[in-house]
Design a protein around this ligand. Structure first.
Ligand code: ASP
Length: 441
């Protein structure tokens, strides 16, 4: 009998998780049961993925860079990646702004709903925490992100998942230095990182075997911890505009894959789908990164030289879905609270959401923190910020899940384009234990 493909297993797990979550919401003691007995399995899965992120970046990036024949190739890959990332992000924000200006979801929202949302969420702990975090981010100077990128201690950088860019910096410097040394002197080191890279990719395969069960736990937990269904419903139009914008981005990526890379969009999306489903279930592109790397390298045929740089960098600085959402949310809040936005303000949104995409952490809810900075940049009254966030807070988690899918898809698309442009797009090569558990013959 033909085995069920991994993405179908994950989808079934997700669906069952949703059904179970809904059933538990209506069962006395059900929420506590999910909290005590189910949630932990989702948390363990996310921890496992995060556990391998740093070693994977180090092994694959050092292998990738040191496999290049010359450094000029690396600067080509680097330059193209950054430029295409900026272009796709600006495109995403523009799509969001056009949709929100045409459909005006904030205009129809009643005073009563605004009051209810404000009363429910404006002093919510999570909203207050986001405002505080945004304040911290803002108090640093404009070049702080460059300073933050350079580690002063390699070990402490590797010991902190939040310092991904520092790890990338160290690995690139290490790889380039290896390139500059005589082959025979670094041969052993090269074999070591080659082997390490293979082992860690295998760990991804093993962890992914548990994905269908983990997504069940993750989604059941999302459902039992979601807010009042009434308030969710009041924001359908706003959420619809964000989702529409995100769906348009999928179409744009598909067109890019077809016309720039010359591959079938259906094939691209199918092979990437396990990573997309995990992005949806975990709301974190950082946690999804190991799976994205494995899918892109082994199932889409992008060489390690390209994937090992483009994807980790993308997970940290390229968030098309997040910036699209920030554009829509900023305009929606302004429409709902009667705050007039000029054309110049909308341009400011494009610029600040672009910078916010670079500054947002690849973890759940990070996009909302940076939204505060976008709102402040357009002169939104500071005393109304909490009210603004309260308006969109109820649907933030589901939208976070959707925008993370776009963040991951955007990174994968750009890795295909860059690989194609430097002649590093090869044939897919799924390996054993991959997707399924085959016995070695
Ligand atoms: N959760 C998103 C990510 O990890 C970031 C955000 O939009 O909040 O990509």
């Amino acid at each position: 009998m033909k085995k069920l493909a991994l993405h179908w297993k994950i989808l079934i797990g997700m669906l069952l998780g949703v059904i179970f979550g809904i059933a538990m919401t209506f069962t006395p003691g059900g929420k506590a049961f999910v909290n005590d007995w189910i949630k932990s399995f989702g948390s363990i899965f996310i921890k496992l993925l995060k556990l391998i992120a740093v070693p994977l970046i180090i092994a694959s990036l050092i292998k990738g860079v040191s496999d290049l024949k010359d450094i000029s190739k690396f600067s080509k890959i680097g330059g193209r990646t950054i430029i295409i990332y900026i272009l796709t992000t600006v495109l995403a924000i523009t799509v969001g702004l056009i949709a929100v200006n045409l459909l005006q979801p904030g205009k129809g929202i009643s005073e009563e709903t605004i009051t209810r949302l404000t009363d429910t969420y404006s002093s919510d702990k999570a909203v207050v925490a986001k405002l505080q975090e945004a304040k911290k981010q803002k108090s640093s100077g404009p070049l702080q992100f460059l300073v933050d990128m350079v580690p002063d201690n390699a070990m402490s950088a590797m010991g902190n998942n939040k310092k991904m860019l520092q790890v990338i910096f160290f690995a690139i410097l290490f790889g380039i230095s290896m390139l500059l040394i005589k082959e025979e002197k670094v041969r052993t080191l090269k074999h070591f990182f080659d082997g390490l890279n293979e082992v860690i990719l295998k760990m991804v395969d093993l962890i992914m075997l548990t994905a269908p069960y983990a997504v069940f736990a993750l989604l059941a937990n999302v459902i039992v911890s979601s807010g009042d269904a009434d308030l969710l419903f009041a924001l359908t139009k706003y959420a619809g505009v964000v989702v529409l914008g995100l769906a348009i981005m999928i179409v744009i990526y598909s067109l890019m894959v077809k016309f720039i890379v010359g591959k079938s969009p259906g094939w691209f999306l199918k092979n990437l789908s396990p990573a997309q489903l995990l992005a949806f279930s975990t709301s974190s592109s950082a946690a999804t990164l190991p799976v994205t790397m494995e899918r892109v390298e082994e199932h889409l045929g992008v060489d390690t030289e390209v994937a090992s740089f483009v994807l980790p960098v993308g997970a940290t600085i390229n968030m098309d879905g997040t910036s699209l959402y920030q554009g829509v949310a900023a305009v929606f809040i302004s429409q709902a609270l009667g705050f007039h936005l000029t054309f110049g303000d909308q341009l400011t949104i494009v610029l600040t959401a672009l910078l916010a995409s670079i500054g947002s952490a690849a973890v759940p809810g990070a996009g909302m923190v940076m939204l505060v900075i976008v709102l402040e940049a357009i002169g939104f009254p500071p005393d109304k910020l909490a009210v603004g966030l309260a308006l969109i807070f109820a649907v933030d988690r589901p939208l976070d899940m959707c925008r993370t899918v776009i963040n991951v898809t955007g990174d994968a698309t750009v890795s295909m384009i860059v690989a194609k442009s430097v002649g590093k797009l090869g044939e897919p090569h799924p390996v054993e234990w991959d997707d399924d558990y085959h016995v070695k013959k």
